[in-house]
Write a protein that binds this ligand. Structure first.
Ligand code: PEP
Ligand code: MG
Length: 321
């Protein structure tokens, strides 16, 4: 069975109706690149850069970050590499820096932390921009919720570009900048974010946490962490539609994208770019290869309107049947 899956590596990724679907990989470490290649991914949809910053007492320098980002860009050989700017705080605490708030998931995390620490952010932005001279690098901003943050972030990127020009260092002037949709406010206002960004990527891990008010790391409420809640599905659908309307690509890079039981549901919601742990990629591809796109939207819409928890699994079973 694994041999059969492995043979899918080079087959074209498309539904039975011939609609192409992009399959990207999530990575955390440089050593994950082998698995990305083994799965035949179209690129990296999420490089979680926090892992360069964790388990150490000092900060990585611009050179150190640049070397890591460049290594990924070069290894992917012209395929897209989406580097997420720092998402520290909440479930990813660094040993240095800020004290942990009572409510870290609602506190100074991700882009909020980066905007509060301009030196740290500037260093990372320069390193990512410099790496963009060596491959098809894209930049992804985590946890956007407010338009002030978006404007400040785009300003900081412009400042980093200016400083590189002054230093005579090369970078891709047209580097795409995308935003993660993982706060319900960002999903509800997705069209405004889509207008000002080059692409969106839905982080369902956090989107579910914030929509349902379920701490993703708290076992005592894990049974209520529900990717199939109609409110969650509605926010995903709304974001995909907003992207389509603005002509901007939308991906899902949370765990939902790597669950083959949810592949048809996401296709039915209009998703055409999935980014996941490389180990899940060929299973998801197999599911895509077996799917008739035309059959999916009707059942998907019934799931979106379903409030009977017993019926949810029946409907999902029919979608996958
Ligand atoms: C997400 O929230 O879905 C996501 C992809 O980011 P992370 O899991 O790193 O928070
Ligand atoms: Mg997240």
């Amino acid at each position: 069975d694994t041999d059969k899956l492995k043979r899918l590596k080079t087959s074209k990724s498309a539904t039975l109706d011939g609609t192409p679907v992009e399959l990207m990989a999530n990575i955390e470490l440089l050593s994950d690149i082998d698995a990305v290649k083994a799965a035949g991914a179209h690129g990296i949809g999420l490089f979680r850069s926090e892992f360069l910053f964790l388990n150490r007492s000092d900060l990585p320098t611009e050179e150190e970050q640049y070397e890591s980002y460049k290594a990924v860009a070069e290894a992917l050989d012209g395929k897209p590499v989406t580097i997420r700017t720092l998402d520290l705080g909440a479930d990813k605490q660094a040993p240095w820096g800020h004290t942990v708030a009572d409510n870290p998931a609602l506190g100074l995390r991700a882009i909020r932390l980066c905007l509060a620490e301009p030196g740290l952010f500037h260093t990372q932005l320069r390193a990512i921009l410099r790496a963009s001279a060596h491959g098809r690098v894209r930049m992804l901003i985590p946890m956007l919720a407010n338009f002030v943050e978006l404007r400040q972030t785009l300003q900081r990127i412009d400042e980093a570009k200016d400083s590189l020009r002054r230093d005579g260092l090369a970078f891709d002037e047209g580097i795409p900048v995308g935003g993660m949709v993982e706060v319900p406010a960002a999903a509800l206002a997705a069209s405004f974010f889509a207008d000002q960004l080059d692409f969106l990527s839905i982080g369902t891990n956090d989107l579910i946490q914030y929509t349902l008010a379920i701490d993703r790391a708290d076992d005592s409420v894990a049974h209520l962490y529900d990717p199939l809640h109609p409110a969650v599905l509605g926010l995903i659908q709304q974001t995909i539609r907003a992207g389509a309307k603005a002509g901007k690509p939308v991906a899902v890079c949370g765990e939902m994208a790597g669950d083959p039981l949810l592949t048809r549901l996401l296709l039915g919601l209009g998703l055409r770019t999935f980014s996941m742990h490389p180990a899940s990629l060929l299973q998801v591809k197999q599911q895509i290869l077996r799917s008739h796109l035309a059959e999916l939207p009707a059942l998907t819409q019934r799931l979106l309107k379903n409030t009977d928890p017993d019926r949810t699994l029946t409907l999902l079973g029919r979608l996958n049947g």
